[in-house]
Design a protein around this ligand. Structure first.
Ligand code: TIU
Length: 224
């Protein structure tokens, strides 16, 4: 079993039981004019995550392993949008309103889609989620169970919001999560740091934290 350098101690990857879960690498969070910017954030802060994710996804696919993508967003009629989420932020523009990449955080709009660099390949499940966690109101758990997945390598944005929420949900459902620090990003450097420390503290209370280079060398060594 490939051993991946990680904190608080090495992560033993079982490739047959592992999936890469890429959280919300959508134009709405990474490009100007979308949901991230609407919330008052500098979206440029997240762009350093694109290249390491691209390299990892390429190596992961080459090893024949399962990759799953998620997207945060809502139905065009907004029936799955909690009124509290619509109101939150007190912004003049909110979810469902028109923006330069289409209606903000609405399924089917340009801004809701995954960035070109990490676009899902045929056969890779895409999970549309209305919340921050990828397990809430989705079929992710069923998909993972049907494939016998017990380990998740988690990447994407943002570290302290959708990545952390998903890792906590996964942990309570019995999954081992390895979060890759160079492949997750936050609009706030201090939240990036704390978001990762919260996962690996107390003996790995929610999971492990590692880096993509270590995982890529472990999977390459395993397939060669
Ligand atoms: N605002 C923020 O940091 N994140 C989100 O709203 N969604 C995700 O993290 N995907």
């Amino acid at each position: 079993m490939p051993r991946v350098e990680a904190e608080p101690y090495p992560f033993d990857l079982d490739p047959k039981r592992a999936a890469l879960l890429i959280i919300d690498m959508q134009r709405d969070f990474l490009e100007p004019g979308g949901f991230g910017e609407m919330l008052g954030n500098d979206v440029g802060q997240l762009r350093h995550t694109i290249e390491p994710n691209r390299r990892l996804l390429q190596a992961w696919r080459k090893a024949g392993l399962l990759a799953i993508h998620t997207r945060e967003g809502h139905r065009p009629d907004l029936t799955d949008l909690p009124p509290a989420k619509k109101r939150r932020g007190n912004s003049p523009t909110t979810i469902g309103d028109a923006g330069p990449m289409g209606r903000i955080l609405v399924r089917g709009e340009a801004g809701h889609d995954i960035i070109a660099e990490l676009y899902p390949a045929a056969g890779e499940p895409v999970i549309d989620k209305p919340g921050k966690g990828a397990f809430f109101a989705t079929d992710l758990l069923a998909i993972l169970q049907h494939r016998g997945i017990t380990q998740l390598v988690v990447t994407g944005v943002t570290t302290e919001v959708c990545v952390n929420t998903t890792v906590r949900e996964a942990n309570d459902r019995g999954f081992d999560c390895l979060v890759l620090e160079d492949c997750v990003g936050s609009y706030f450097p201090e939240f990036q740091d704390m978001g990762l420390r919260m996962i690996k503290a107390q003996g790995g209370i929610f999971g492990w934290v590692g880096r993509s280079e270590s995982l890529i060398s472990a999977i390459r060594a395993d397939v060669s």
